[in-house]
Write a protein that binds this ligand. Structure first.
Ligand code: BTN
Length: 246
């Protein structure tokens, strides 16, 4: 592919998502712009968590897109697109270690977290005017202090990888996939997402509204809720803040 990418590499920032947000407000970025940093002082995860990364050892970036053809109710399609394209891309570096997508969009290898995403949207009327796709991939870091269960590409493939080229290659891949995805025909994407879904059809323990229970994941709904079947056969649907994996 020969398109010219707009990737801005910064040294230290609070959070690449926050810088992206500021630049959108100042109208200094456009569809496809990327903000990447070597270090974040306030790297953010979902649900108020922080994102740990040593200086210069990992891929920390935010891709800005303008998904004007997406309705706010179609946010989960973008979520699936980022998860599937990133899992496919990273899989090429670690072919012997299957990558799973832990709902909604963490990438896991053998119960350990390889990458996380924080996708934030600006809604204007009935469309998504901007989406900031913040991605953290553990690339070359081999020891972590705070993250509960981390793993990195380097730990898995026993070699250091070039972070610049990972960023360029994935951004190209994602933007290409985005251009070729019709949000009103998401069936193929949803199949790919479900094929890689972590703990699909396995009986596992979850903390649901503060209570431990055994259940198995049957899939996800179009609006991104997790569908679980409980021991008594009942099927329920959960939002992120009502469920924890144990
Ligand atoms: C999560 O696992 O909860 C999501 C983690 C997302 C981390 C990335 S790192 C680049 C971008 N900037 C941030 O502050 N967060 C995302």
């Amino acid at each position: 592919m020969s398109s010219i990418l707009d990737i801005r590499v910064l040294d230290v920032v609070s959070s690449t998502n926050d810088i992206a947000k500021e630049l959108i407000l100042q109208k200094k970025v456009s569809h496809g712009s990327v903000i990447r940093a070597h270090y974040q002082t306030k790297g953010k995860g979902r649900q108020g968590n922080s994102w740990e990364s040593n200086q210069g050892e990992n891929l920390l970036f935010s891709i800005i897109i303008t998904p004007q053809y997406y309705l706010p109710s179609q946010q989960f399609i973008l979520n699936q697109l980022v998860s599937v394209t990133l899992a496919d891309f990273l899989q090429t570096f670690i072919p012997d270690h299957p990558i799973k997508i832990k709902w909604p969009n963490d990438l896991y290898v053998n119960d350990k977290k390889l990458a996380g995403m924080l996708i934030e949207h600006t809604i204007l009327g009935n469309t998504l005017s901007y989406s900031i796709i913040g991605i953290g991939v553990n690339v070359n870091q081999i020891s972590f202090e705070k993250s509960p269960n981390p793993v990195s590409l380097r730990i898995l493939c026993s070699k250091k990888l070039n972070i610049d080229s990972l960023c360029v290659q994935y951004t190209e891949k994602f933007l290409h996939a985005f251009e070729h995805t019709n949000p009103f025909d998401e069936e193929i994407l949803s199949k790919r997402y479900h094929a890689a879904l972590y703990q699909l059809n396995e009986v596992k323990t979850y903390l649901i509204n503060g209570k431990k229970c055994q259940a198995s994941i049957l899939g996800t709904t179009k609006d991104g809720r997790l569908m679980l079947q409980h021991e008594d056969g009942a099927i329920n649907y959960y939002e992120l803040n009502s469920l924890k994996y144990l």
